[in-house]
Design a binder for this molecule. Structure first.
Ligand SMILES: [Zn+2]
Length: 481
């Protein structure tokens, strides 16, 4: 009888291998190799496959080289506990659930399969790759040491739920991918290439469908309390790469030594709680969604909750509401300001102000009209005319120069000429001359306006002075220290 004792105190009772106290599943790698050499791999694989065929679903304390589940269907859960498995590959199969508890694996690859519930707790894995998997419950990876987590083309496909379930805990928990309390992590990536996985599968004669790339569509992706590999050798490689994700995204209690990239995604409620990114945060080709309640509850804290020591880059992103955009552009601006990069800081400042203006308009347009609201909207119009149109909120000194020149040299002379309101004139150049003299408030008096010309000239004088002041301010702000 096999000597292995289960955690409930019972013995294994399977037939031991010749020359050992343990059965083919429980015999440690070293002992097996000593006794049977390379053949032990085959012995163990056969033993495991036979056990599966007999309907055994709970494996405790087993030591296996390769667990390969290919083109299989199991409507019961498969559980590994306190086990040591070099490689688990599940491909083109349907599983009710796969659970690994306190189990050490080198690689776990689940590809092109339907696994309703995937649960890993405790233990460790070098690489976990989940590719083209559909699940109806959740994918939970908790309390483990994992180097690489790769999730590609994976989708939450809900089962028909009864009303009862929908209101219960179960309904709310479903559709989540949770990575929590992990340690030694070097990379968490969605839809990224990971050639090693195909190589491993290839060694076992399995061709994985790694090329077809669909977005990872789930209710929520929570990355919580993950400790990354801080060793100086790998620190720079540490990365969180989210590509083609659709769903709610939460980062919580993280200190990430490398970059965080979120690209080609549709993110609902992007939440960063107590997050420090020691390198850059890049948002690219991404749509971000939130709603009013969430904005009020969460957005004001974002500035304090998200610390980025590098830069925040927001490129080609869309926000469904201006407040969300405003806050994101603001935190981006502060990262560039902190490093003294005024050029980029100005760009984000301008985007921030545009978003703010949109938010104010949206806010005061709502509900019945009141005098106060009308004034506020007028204020916004003024802001647009005098702060945005003239100099892009003080970030563009070329604009006042261009405006000044084009209006003073072309527009105003044209008005005077059309209204025939300057005297005495002998040629068209006199209108231009009069316009410049007015705009610079020189006022020689050799030419003077008549009729409507007096109004135009007054406006021009004010315009000229105002733009001059704007130009000086913006120019000084940009170049003088
Ligand atoms: Zn045994």
């Amino acid at each position: 009888m096999c000597e292995y004792t289960y955690s409930n105190g019972k013995k294994c009772r399977r037939k031991p291998l010749k020359g050992s106290k343990y059965c083919s599943l429980h015999i440690p790698f070293e002992e097996g190799e000593l006794l049977y050499g390379e053949k032990i791999k085959y012995i163990k694989r056969r033993a495991f496959e036979r056990a599966l065929e007999r309907g055994i679903r709970h494996f405790e304390g087993v030591q296996l080289y390769d667990v390969v589940i290919l083109n299989k269907e199991f409507d019961y859960p498969i559980i590994f506990k306190n086990s040591r498995i070099k490689r688990i590959i599940i491909a083109s199969s349907r599983l009710k659930s796969l659970t690994l508890i306190e189990t050490v694996v080198d690689y776990l690859i689940v590809a092109d399969s339907q696994v309703d519930f995937l649960y890993i707790n405790g233990g460790s894995a070098y690489g976990i790759s989940i590719c083209s998997v559909s699940f109806s419950s959740s994918i939970l990876i908790r309390n483990s040491s994992v180097r690489y987590v790769m999730i590609n083309s994976t989708e939450f496909v809900p089962k028909e739920v009864t009303a009862e379930e929908e209101f219960g805990e179960k309904g709310r928990m479903a559709g989540r991918i949770e990575l929590s309390n992990l340690k030694d992590v070097r990379r968490i990536a969605l839809n990224s290439k990971y050639p090693l996985i195909s190589k491993i599968a290839g060694e076992l004669g399995i061709k994985l469908p790694l090329d077809k790339k669909r977005p990872v569509k789930v209710h929520a992706l929570n990355i919580t309390g993950v400790n990354f590999d801080e060793s100086p050798r790998f620190k720079r490689q540490v990365r969180v790469f989210i590509n083609g994700f659709s769903g709610q995204l939460t980062f919580e209690n993280l200190s990430i030594p490398g970059h965080v990239e979120i690209v080609n995604s549709r993110v609902r409620y992007p939440e960063f709680v107590h997050v420090t990114i020691h390198n850059n945060l890049v948002l690219r080709n991404t749509k971000l969604y939130s709603d009013e309640n969430w904005n009020l509850a969460y957005l004001p804290n974002l500035l304090a909750e998200l610390n980025v020591y590098g830069f925040i880059v927001i490129e080609n992103c869309q926000f469904n509401n201006p407040y969300l955009a405003e806050v994101f552009y603001r935190i981006a601006r502060t990262t560039w300001e902190g490093s003294g990069d005024k050029e980029n800081a100005d760009e984000y400042y301008y985007l921030e102000m545009l978003a703010r203006r949109k938010r104010v308009i949206q806010h005061y347009r709502r509900g019945p009209k009141t005098l106060r609201k009308t004034f506020k909207l007028l204020e916004v119009l003024f802001e647009f005319l005098f702060a945005d149109l003239t100099c892009k909120y003080g970030t563009d000194w070329k604009r006042p120069v261009f405006l000044w020149l084009s209006l003073v040299i072309f527009a105003f002379p044209l008005f005077y000429a059309l209204t025939n309101s300057v005297t005495p004139v002998s040629s068209l150049m006199d209108y231009v001359y009069f316009s410049i003299v007015t705009a610079t408030t020189l006022g020689y008096g050799d030419l003077h306006p008549i009729g409507i010309g007096k109004v135009i000239a007054s406006i021009e004088a004010i315009f000229g002075m105002f733009m001059w002041a704007v130009f000086l301010t913006v120019f000084a702000r940009k170049y003088m220290r």
